[in-house]
Structures are given as structure tokens and as C-alpha cells.
Design a protein around this ligand. Sequence first.
Ligand code: HEM
Ligand SMILES: *[C@@H]1O[C@H](CO)[C@@H](O)[C@H](O)[C@H]1NC(C)=O
Ligand SMILES: *[C@@H]1O[C@H](CO)[C@@H](O)[C@H](O)[C@H]1NC(C)=O
Ligand SMILES: *[C@@H]1O[C@H](CO)[C@@H](O)[C@H](O)[C@H]1NC(C)=O
Ligand SMILES: *[C@@H]1O[C@H](CO)[C@@H](O)[C@H](O)[C@H]1NC(C)=O
Ligand SMILES: *[C@@H]1O[C@H](CO)[C@@H](O)[C@H](O)[C@H]1NC(C)=O
Ligand SMILES: *[C@@H]1O[C@H](CO)[C@@H](O)[C@H](O)[C@H]1NC(C)=O
Ligand SMILES: CC(=O)N[C@H]1CO[C@H](CO)[C@@H](O)[C@@H]1O
Length: 326
Amino acid sequence: MGGIRYFGITILVLLGFLGSTQAQLQLGFYSKNCPKAEKIIQDFVNQHIHNAPSLAAALIRMHFHDCFVRGCDASLLVNSTSNNQAERDGAPNLTIRGFDFIDRVKSLVEAECPGIVSCADIIALVARDSIVATGGPSWSVPTGRRDGTISNATEALNNIPRPTENFTTLQTRFSNLGLNLTDLVLLSGAHTIGVSHCSSFSNRLYNFTGVGDQDPALDPEYAANLKAKKCPNPNDNTTIVEMDPGSRKTFDLSYYSLLLKRRGLFQSDSALTTNPTAKTFVTQLLQGPIQNFYYEFAKSMEKMGRINVKTGSTGEIRKQCAVVNS
Ligand code: HEM
Ligand SMILES: *[C@@H]1O[C@H](CO)[C@@H](O)[C@H](O)[C@H]1NC(C)=O
Ligand SMILES: *[C@@H]1O[C@H](CO)[C@@H](O)[C@H](O)[C@H]1NC(C)=O
Ligand SMILES: *[C@@H]1O[C@H](CO)[C@@H](O)[C@H](O)[C@H]1NC(C)=O
Ligand SMILES: *[C@@H]1O[C@H](CO)[C@@H](O)[C@H](O)[C@H]1NC(C)=O
Ligand SMILES: *[C@@H]1O[C@H](CO)[C@@H](O)[C@H](O)[C@H]1NC(C)=O
Ligand SMILES: *[C@@H]1O[C@H](CO)[C@@H](O)[C@H](O)[C@H]1NC(C)=O
Ligand SMILES: CC(=O)N[C@H]1CO[C@H](CO)[C@@H](O)[C@@H]1O
């Protein structure tokens, strides 16, 4: 008995120790030190997103790219220096927009309470508030993330999923970060808004296997249309195309119906129909009311926002989001 009790106490002490070093994210983390922070951020988003609704897509994508490299730690925002090529200058960054928007939010929050609110939390809150402001789903954003001090372009290249990847590769990438098949299908649903450059998918139109062919998984009618009207030049890296034509501003289920019509724009979209479990889930999402998708999407977003977060005394609170504190 004594041995068991002693063992039990040891476990409790150990758990207490772990608990104290591994602080958790919590809702309203800033409610004591900077009670107005979340409201300042939300007000700024509400005032400015209407002038640039397409920014909402850019900002949720920014949150995704940040979380997938070194966790949600705002490493994506750091500028390169003479001896470091940062994430934002890595190949997958090409179309990440919204850096200025985050900088402006950070300035407002710093003016209210200097050195308290992390850039990582600002990205997470801004992403949520922008999607909400443009009529999309909402999700919980517990806060208390701290900012990283390392930002490396090669790591962005190695960790951000590519549009050419197949289901197995995507599933592995997600599961390495604690996200499962359900999360992969739901989070890909963010492609219901926003745009892509022709260069992100033109291999499917012009040179799929290196013999001047087309991706057979892409609806030939849709492919013909893209070639004729949107992306007539295989090397075009400036023209943008709606990923969910006709409804790119609406956070709806049409991305999933396009998948079943073989009109997902990227191989990574189309890949979701190559796995029977994922395809069944897509069909279920389409059968449910939109609220069901929103509810499920919210859970996956919250999960994504927790990836490898730095809390407690790890990391730092950056003074400027683009520069690691000296
Ligand atoms: C599953 C793996 C994913 C791949 C391979 C992927 C790939 C891409 C690519 C290639 C683009 C277009 C970039 C361009 O050419 O301009 C894009 C855009 C976008 N992605 Fe993803 N993505 C993935 C997952 C996600 C996730 C998890 C989210 C958010 C939760 C997301 C949100 C977006 C949004 C909103 C856009 C449009 C951005 C804009 O309009 O500026 N994506 N994605
Ligand atoms: C970071 O880089 C961007 C883009 O080059 C620039 O506009 C911005 O002023 C830089 N920020 C800082 C704090 O150096
Ligand atoms: C960036 O990451 C790559 C791949 O992990 C590594 O080889 C390289 O040394 C890193 N660069 C710096 C400056 O730390
Ligand atoms: C998926 O892609 C990986 C990496 O390119 C490859 O090794 C694998 O064979 C592919 N899997 C399938 C089922 O095509
Ligand atoms: C993925 O994880 C969520 C919990 O985060 C769970 O509800 C869901 O059933 C899981 N999906 C699969 C395919 O295991
Ligand atoms: C297709 O790709 C192959 C291999 O990368 C290349 O040799 C060929 O020139 C390309 N063809 C076209 C039409 O771009
Ligand atoms: C876009 O294409 C042009 C011409 O092929 C090339 O010079 C340029 O480097 C490309 N830009 C990017 C960002 O890939
Ligand atoms: C928005 C942004 O920072 N884009 C950069 C992406 O990376 C290239 C180099 O790979 C830079 O030239 C861009 O400025």
C-alpha cells in the first residue's frame, strides 16, 4: 500500500512539475495584462477588412503557413537579414499577403500595452476575426502563444504542403503535426475562398507527366476552360484565378462539390477524393447543413492554432513582428 501511495504521490508531483513548465493556451490570456487587446484587434479588422475582403483569405492562409513551420510562433513574419533568409522569403511564401496589416495591428496593441501581446496571437486572432467579418465561421482562439526567434526559408520549403502532393504525403504531413484525416479534409475547405496563381497548378494543364499532357483527374472541360480563358501561358506566374469560381468570397460548401465534380484546382484538392474515407467525409459534409461544416471546421482550426505553440517562458514577445528582439 505504502509503495503504491508513494508512487502515486511521485506521479502527482511530476505532473505538477510538468504543468508548471508547460503552460497552456487559455481563452482571454490577456484579460488581466492587456484587457482591451482582443477588442482592439477585432475593431481594427472590422473597420478595415471591408475595404479589402480578399485579405481574409490571405490572413487565414498566413496562420496556416505560420503554424506549419516551427509551430504557431509568428516565425513567418520575420524579415530576412544579411545572414539569414527567413521563412517569408522561402518559395511557398510567394502569395502570402497581409504582413502590413499585421504590423498595423501590432502597433495599435503596442500603444495600448507595450511588450505584452505576441505576434503569434495577433495572427491567430486576426485570421479568425477576418473570416468572421466576411461572413464565415468562427472558432475559439485561446491565447498565450509566444513568438519564436528562428525563421528559416528552407524550413518553409520543407514543411509547407505543396499543391502537387498526393493524399498519402498530405496525410503524413498533417499527422506529423497532430492533425488527422478529418482535419485535412476540413482545413482544405478554406480553399472555398481566395485565389491561386496559374503557376501553382499549370502543370496539371500543360505538362502533367513531362510529355505535354493533362492531369486525367481534372475535369477536361474545366481544364480546357482554364487553358483558354485563365491561364493560356504555361509559365504565367502573375495571373490569379479563383479557386472556387463564382463563390470565392463566400465560405460555403461549394469547394467540396467541386471536388466531386473533379474541379478541385490543385492535385492536393483532388487528392481528397482518392481516399475512400476522405471522400465519404466530403460527401457527408455536403449532405449536412453549412452549420455542421462550420462547427467541424472550427474544431480543426482551434487544433491547428495549437500546433507546437511556445508558452510560459519559452520564446519572446517581439517588439516588432518583423524583427526578432535583440
Ligand atoms: C492541404 C494542403 C494545402 C495545400 C497544398 C495548399 C496550397 C495552396 C496553394 C498552392 C495556394 C495558392 C497560392 C498561389 O498560387 O497564389 C493556396 C491558397 C490558399 N490556401 Fe491553401 N493549401 C493547403 C491547405 C490550406 C489550409 C490548411 C488553409 C487554411 C486553413 C489554406 C488556405 C488557403 C487560402 C485561404 C488560400 C487563398 C489565399 C489568397 O487568396 O491569397 N490552405 N493554398
Ligand atoms: C520588413 O520587410 C518589409 C518588406 O521588405 C518592409 O516593408 C518592412 O519595413 C520591414 N520591417 C522592418 C521592421 O524592418
Ligand atoms: C535552415 O534549415 C535548414 C534545413 O533544416 C538547415 O540545413 C540550415 O542550416 C538552416 N539555416 C540556418 C541559417 O540555420
Ligand atoms: C505519393 O507521393 C510520394 C512522394 O512523391 C510517393 O513516394 C508515393 O509513391 C505517392 N503515393 C501514391 C499512392 O501515389
Ligand atoms: C480526428 O481527431 C478528432 C479530434 O480532434 C476526432 O474527433 C476525429 O474523429 C478524428 N478523425 C479521425 C479520422 O480519426
Ligand atoms: C514538359 O516537361 C518535360 C520534363 O520536365 C520537358 O522536357 C518538356 O520540355 C516540357 N514540355 C512542355 C511542353 O513544356
Ligand atoms: C516569374 O516568371 C518570370 C519569367 O519566367 C521569372 O523571371 C520570375 O523569376 C518568376 N517569378 C517568380 C517569383 O517565380
Ligand atoms: C511577400 C514576400 O515576402 N515575398 C517574397 C517571397 O520570396 C521571394 C524570394 O524567394 C522574395 O523575392 C519575395 O519578396
